[in-house]
Design a protein around this ligand. Structure first.
Ligand code: PLP
Length: 230
Protein backbone atom coordinates (compact mmCIF):
# COMPACT_ATOMS: atom_id res chain seq x y z
CA UNK A 1 0.00 0.00 0.00
CA UNK A 2 2.68 2.54 0.95
CA UNK A 3 4.61 1.94 -2.26
CA UNK A 4 1.49 2.68 -4.33
CA UNK A 5 0.70 5.74 -2.22
CA UNK A 6 4.22 7.02 -2.68
CA UNK A 7 3.92 6.59 -6.46
CA UNK A 8 0.73 8.69 -6.44
CA UNK A 9 2.41 11.42 -4.38
CA UNK A 10 5.41 11.31 -6.68
CA UNK A 11 3.18 11.88 -9.72
CA UNK A 12 1.60 14.91 -8.09
CA UNK A 13 5.01 16.31 -7.15
CA UNK A 14 6.15 15.99 -10.76
CA UNK A 15 2.99 17.67 -12.03
CA UNK A 16 3.38 20.54 -9.55
CA UNK A 17 7.04 21.00 -10.52
CA UNK A 18 6.03 21.08 -14.16
CA UNK A 19 3.33 23.70 -13.54
CA UNK A 20 5.84 25.82 -11.67
CA UNK A 21 8.62 25.41 -14.23
CA UNK A 22 10.82 23.74 -11.64
CA UNK A 23 12.99 20.63 -11.81
CA UNK A 24 11.90 17.60 -9.79
CA UNK A 25 15.35 17.49 -8.17
CA UNK A 26 14.72 20.87 -6.55
CA UNK A 27 12.15 19.31 -4.20
CA UNK A 28 13.01 16.75 -1.52
CA UNK A 29 10.13 14.58 -0.37
CA UNK A 30 10.31 13.73 3.32
CA UNK A 31 8.19 10.71 4.19
CA UNK A 32 6.75 11.50 7.62
CA UNK A 33 6.72 8.14 9.40
CA UNK A 34 5.68 9.29 12.90
CA UNK A 35 3.48 6.74 14.73
CA UNK A 36 4.09 4.22 11.90
CA UNK A 37 6.02 0.97 12.31
CA UNK A 38 9.53 0.27 11.06
CA UNK A 39 8.07 -2.35 8.70
CA UNK A 40 6.28 0.38 6.71
CA UNK A 41 9.49 2.37 6.38
CA UNK A 42 11.27 -0.77 5.18
CA UNK A 43 8.73 -1.16 2.38
CA UNK A 44 9.94 2.13 0.90
CA UNK A 45 13.69 1.45 1.09
CA UNK A 46 14.05 -0.71 -2.06
CA UNK A 47 12.54 2.14 -4.12
CA UNK A 48 15.25 4.50 -2.89
CA UNK A 49 13.39 6.64 -0.35
CA UNK A 50 15.90 7.76 2.30
CA UNK A 51 14.44 10.96 3.79
CA UNK A 52 12.13 10.26 6.71
CA UNK A 53 10.57 12.67 9.20
CA UNK A 54 9.74 12.11 12.86
CA UNK A 55 8.36 14.55 15.41
CA UNK A 56 9.41 12.82 18.65
CA UNK A 57 12.99 12.30 19.79
CA UNK A 58 12.35 8.95 21.44
CA UNK A 59 10.59 7.52 18.39
CA UNK A 60 13.30 8.81 16.06
CA UNK A 61 16.07 7.26 18.18
CA UNK A 62 14.25 3.92 18.35
CA UNK A 63 13.81 3.74 14.59
CA UNK A 64 17.37 4.98 14.04
CA UNK A 65 18.69 1.94 15.91
CA UNK A 66 16.58 -0.52 13.93
CA UNK A 67 17.05 0.81 10.40
CA UNK A 68 19.96 1.22 7.94
CA UNK A 69 22.37 4.04 8.73
CA UNK A 70 22.08 5.65 5.30
CA UNK A 71 18.59 6.92 6.16
CA UNK A 72 18.42 10.71 6.47
CA UNK A 73 16.33 11.50 9.54
CA UNK A 74 14.56 14.84 9.80
CA UNK A 75 13.36 16.05 13.17
CA UNK A 76 10.23 18.04 12.33
CA UNK A 77 8.49 18.33 15.71
CA UNK A 78 8.94 20.66 18.64
CA UNK A 79 12.22 19.89 20.41
CA UNK A 80 12.79 20.13 24.16
CA UNK A 81 16.24 21.26 25.23
CA UNK A 82 16.81 18.27 27.53
CA UNK A 83 16.39 15.91 24.54
CA UNK A 84 18.79 17.67 22.18
CA UNK A 85 21.76 15.52 23.23
CA UNK A 86 20.07 12.35 21.98
CA UNK A 87 19.48 13.56 18.44
CA UNK A 88 22.15 16.00 17.26
CA UNK A 89 24.32 13.25 15.76
CA UNK A 90 21.42 11.17 14.39
CA UNK A 91 19.56 13.74 12.30
CA UNK A 92 20.44 15.32 8.97
CA UNK A 93 18.32 18.39 9.73
CA UNK A 94 16.34 19.85 12.64
CA UNK A 95 13.37 21.74 11.16
CA UNK A 96 11.96 23.27 14.32
CA UNK A 97 14.34 25.78 15.94
CA UNK A 98 12.39 28.75 17.25
CA UNK A 99 14.39 30.17 20.15
CA UNK A 100 17.95 31.24 20.93
CA UNK A 101 18.01 29.06 24.05
CA UNK A 102 17.22 25.95 22.02
CA UNK A 103 19.84 26.94 19.43
CA UNK A 104 22.43 27.43 22.18
CA UNK A 105 21.77 23.95 23.50
CA UNK A 106 22.00 22.45 20.01
CA UNK A 107 25.28 24.26 19.40
CA UNK A 108 26.71 23.13 22.75
CA UNK A 109 25.84 19.49 22.04
CA UNK A 110 27.15 19.82 18.48
CA UNK A 111 30.42 21.16 19.82
CA UNK A 112 30.81 18.15 22.11
CA UNK A 113 30.35 15.83 19.13
CA UNK A 114 32.49 17.92 16.81
CA UNK A 115 29.72 18.68 14.31
CA UNK A 116 27.91 21.79 13.06
CA UNK A 117 24.25 20.84 13.37
CA UNK A 118 22.14 21.92 10.36
CA UNK A 119 18.84 23.54 11.33
CA UNK A 120 15.87 25.43 9.95
CA UNK A 121 14.09 28.25 11.73
CA UNK A 122 10.41 27.48 12.30
CA UNK A 123 8.25 30.49 11.46
CA UNK A 124 4.63 30.92 12.51
CA UNK A 125 3.85 32.47 9.17
CA UNK A 126 0.07 32.76 9.62
CA UNK A 127 0.29 34.09 13.19
CA UNK A 128 -1.77 31.25 14.69
CA UNK A 129 -2.10 31.31 18.49
CA UNK A 130 -1.58 27.58 18.90
CA UNK A 131 1.56 27.21 16.82
CA UNK A 132 5.23 27.04 17.68
CA UNK A 133 7.59 29.15 15.63
CA UNK A 134 8.86 32.70 15.64
CA UNK A 135 6.95 35.64 14.27
CA UNK A 136 8.07 36.49 10.73
CA UNK A 137 9.44 39.86 11.86
CA UNK A 138 11.57 38.14 14.53
CA UNK A 139 13.19 35.59 12.22
CA UNK A 140 16.09 37.70 10.98
CA UNK A 141 17.09 38.84 14.47
CA UNK A 142 17.05 35.28 15.76
CA UNK A 143 19.09 34.06 12.79
CA UNK A 144 21.70 36.79 13.37
CA UNK A 145 22.11 35.62 16.98
CA UNK A 146 22.27 31.93 16.05
CA UNK A 147 24.84 32.70 13.35
CA UNK A 148 27.29 33.66 16.11
CA UNK A 149 27.15 30.21 17.73
CA UNK A 150 30.00 27.82 16.88
CA UNK A 151 28.36 24.46 16.15
CA UNK A 152 25.01 25.10 14.53
CA UNK A 153 24.28 26.19 10.95
CA UNK A 154 21.06 27.82 9.75
CA UNK A 155 20.07 26.43 6.35
CA UNK A 156 16.64 27.97 5.79
CA UNK A 157 13.07 28.26 7.05
CA UNK A 158 10.23 25.91 7.89
CA UNK A 159 6.54 26.45 8.55
CA UNK A 160 3.49 24.44 9.47
CA UNK A 161 0.70 26.13 7.57
CA UNK A 162 -2.83 26.29 9.03
CA UNK A 163 -5.12 23.30 8.67
CA UNK A 164 -7.43 24.23 5.80
CA UNK A 165 -10.08 22.50 3.70
CA UNK A 166 -8.89 24.23 0.56
CA UNK A 167 -5.13 24.16 -0.05
CA UNK A 168 -5.37 27.38 -2.04
CA UNK A 169 -6.04 29.19 1.24
CA UNK A 170 -2.43 28.48 2.22
CA UNK A 171 -0.88 29.84 -0.98
CA UNK A 172 -0.47 33.31 0.52
CA UNK A 173 1.34 31.88 3.57
CA UNK A 174 3.73 29.84 1.43
CA UNK A 175 4.41 32.88 -0.75
CA UNK A 176 5.08 34.97 2.36
CA UNK A 177 7.56 32.41 3.75
CA UNK A 178 9.36 32.29 0.40
CA UNK A 179 9.60 36.07 0.38
CA UNK A 180 10.95 36.12 3.94
CA UNK A 181 13.53 33.50 2.98
CA UNK A 182 14.71 35.53 -0.03
CA UNK A 183 14.83 38.75 2.03
CA UNK A 184 17.04 37.12 4.67
CA UNK A 185 19.21 35.38 2.07
CA UNK A 186 19.89 38.76 0.48
CA UNK A 187 21.35 40.00 3.78
CA UNK A 188 24.27 37.56 3.25
CA UNK A 189 24.67 36.78 6.93
CA UNK A 190 27.93 34.91 7.70
CA UNK A 191 27.49 31.22 8.50
CA UNK A 192 23.88 31.29 7.22
CA UNK A 193 22.63 29.83 3.93
CA UNK A 194 18.95 30.18 3.14
CA UNK A 195 18.61 27.48 0.51
CA UNK A 196 16.02 25.26 2.20
CA UNK A 197 12.33 26.07 2.42
CA UNK A 198 10.44 23.30 4.26
CA UNK A 199 6.71 23.78 3.71
CA UNK A 200 3.73 21.74 2.54
CA UNK A 201 2.08 18.62 4.00
CA UNK A 202 -0.38 16.05 2.63
CA UNK A 203 -3.18 18.58 2.16
CA UNK A 204 -1.21 21.33 0.48
CA UNK A 205 2.20 20.19 -0.79
CA UNK A 206 1.35 20.86 -4.43
CA UNK A 207 0.60 24.51 -3.69
CA UNK A 208 3.76 24.69 -1.55
CA UNK A 209 5.86 23.40 -4.47
CA UNK A 210 4.31 25.98 -6.78
CA UNK A 211 5.32 28.65 -4.25
CA UNK A 212 8.92 27.48 -3.93
CA UNK A 213 9.15 24.68 -1.34
CA UNK A 214 12.43 22.75 -1.52
CA UNK A 215 11.31 20.22 1.10
CA UNK A 216 7.79 18.89 1.58
CA UNK A 217 6.74 16.76 4.54
CA UNK A 218 4.14 14.14 3.64
CA UNK A 219 2.78 11.66 6.18
CA UNK A 220 -0.86 10.68 5.68
CA UNK A 221 -0.57 10.74 1.87
CA UNK A 222 2.06 7.98 2.03
CA UNK A 223 1.42 6.01 5.23
CA UNK A 224 -2.34 6.52 5.65
CA UNK A 225 -4.18 8.03 8.62
CA UNK A 226 -2.46 8.03 11.99
CA UNK A 227 -4.10 6.27 14.90
CA UNK A 228 -3.27 8.00 18.18
CA UNK A 229 -5.57 5.80 20.26
CA UNK A 230 -3.33 2.71 20.33
C1 PLP B 1 2.80 15.17 11.05
C2 PLP B 1 3.55 16.25 10.38
C3 PLP B 1 3.59 16.35 8.98
C4 PLP B 1 2.86 15.41 8.05
O1 PLP B 1 1.48 15.66 8.09
P1 PLP B 1 0.47 14.98 7.05
O2 PLP B 1 -0.68 15.90 7.01
O3 PLP B 1 0.13 13.64 7.60
O4 PLP B 1 1.18 14.89 5.74
C5 PLP B 1 4.35 17.38 8.44
N1 PLP B 1 5.02 18.25 9.22
C6 PLP B 1 5.01 18.19 10.55
C7 PLP B 1 5.77 19.18 11.34
C8 PLP B 1 4.26 17.19 11.19
O5 PLP B 1 4.25 17.13 12.53
Amino acid sequence: MVVENLARVEEKICAACERAGRKREEVTLIAVSKTKPVSMIEELLPGGTRDFGENKVQELCGKYEQLPKDIRWHLIGHLQRNKVKYVVDKVCLIHSVDSLRLAETISAEGLKKGIAVPVLIEVNIAGEESKFGVKPEEAEGLIREIAKLPSIAVKGLMTIAPYVENAEDNRVHFANLKKLCVDIKNKNIDNVSMNILSMGMTGDYEVAIEEGATMIRVGTGIFGKRDYTI
